[in-house]
Structure formats: structure tokens, C-alpha cells
Design a protein around this ligand. Sequence first.
Ligand code: HEC
Length: 174
Amino acid sequence: MRVLIAAITASATLCATAAFAEGDADKGAKDYNRCKACHAIEGPDGFIVKGGKTGPNLYGIVGRTAGSLDGYAYKPSIVAAGEAGLVWTPELIAQYVVDTSGFLEDYLDDPKAKSGMSKQALREPSNVAAFLALHGAKADATAEGTGEGADENTGEGAGDITVENSGEDSAQTP
Ligand code: HEC
């Protein structure tokens, strides 16, 4: 019985997201200098931040399933986390970047889980997460938690994105 109560208390604590402070995107833009050696932010209209290719493109990372960018060779743990339902929010990104392998160990409940990205020493990781939240078609809708950004879907943006993917997504056979 005690064990059960402890488990309930623990999960209640995990669910208490209210403590997450929204980051400062301006400060996050500076912090992103530490990320761009490995990560570009490249949207449908070109580069927002030029960067390396060691890590996946982070355009639209908020709202994206972990380990799911087409054509990028992820390590197995992050792919497993995505398959288990991990979808990036600013809060989760902030937790992940400062303890990448630890985050995946917790998420997968597997002490052998490993990240392909080394942890980054950021004092306030919510800032870079807030910066990333600005760049992506789904970002606004996710941040607001309301609807799917109805106005945005009518623009040219949606078309551009489809064009980019159309080459490889031929697996859509009905
Ligand atoms: C030394 C290279 C390197 C640096 C620096 C780096 N990353 Fe990464 N990042 C990676 C790699 C490699 C992966 C893929 C990890 C895997 O396969 O497990 C990754 C994955 C990620 C993911 C998950 C992407 C997805 O599609 O699921 C996020 C989010 C991320 N990085 C954010 C950041 C942020 C924010 C910073 C800066 C604070 C940063 N990274 C700095 C190499 C790096």
C-alpha cells in the first residue's frame, strides 16, 4: 500500500508542469550560438540560422515527434522515445539539452538509453527552447495550446512544406 501511494505521489510530481518558467527568446538566440555548430534552422524559405549538419535541422522542432526528421540518422534511443510518444515542447527541450542521455534514460525507463548529443551546459535552457519555439509552422499553435493555427494554414507556407517532402514521401500508397 505504501508503495502504491509513493507511486501516485511521484507521478503527480512529474505531472506538475506549472513550475516551468517561459524562456526569454532573445537571450535564447545568443545561446543558440552553442547549438549551431551542429544544428541549422532551415525553414521552407531557406536558412533562419546557418549551422552544421552533425545534428538534425531544428526548424519546427516544437511539436515534432522526437527522432523523426526524415533523412537524419538518429541514434536508437531518441527514435524509441519518439515511437513511445515523445513530442517536443519547449519545456521538454529545456530538460533534454542539459542532460541528453539522462533525459532519455528517464523517458524510456532504461538505464542504458544513450543520446547522440552531448549535454549542454546552459544556465537557463528555457531561453534557447523559447527561441526554437519561434521557428516552425506548428510553433504558434503548440505554444498557444489552442487550435491548429487556422489562419496560417491558408497561406503559401503549407504548400512550400509539402513540396520539400514530396520527393521522399512516396510511401503514401493507399
Ligand atoms: C556537438 C554537436 C551538437 C551540439 C553542440 C548540439 N547538438 Fe542537439 N543534437 C546533436 C545530435 C547528434 C542530435 C541527434 C541525437 C541522437 O540521435 O540521439 C541532436 C538532437 C537534438 C534535438 C532532438 C532533435 C529531434 O529531431 O528529435 C534537440 C531538440 C537538440 N538537439 C537541441 C539542441 C540545442 C538547443 C543545442 C544548443 C544548446 C544543441 N542541440 C547542441 C548534436 C548537437
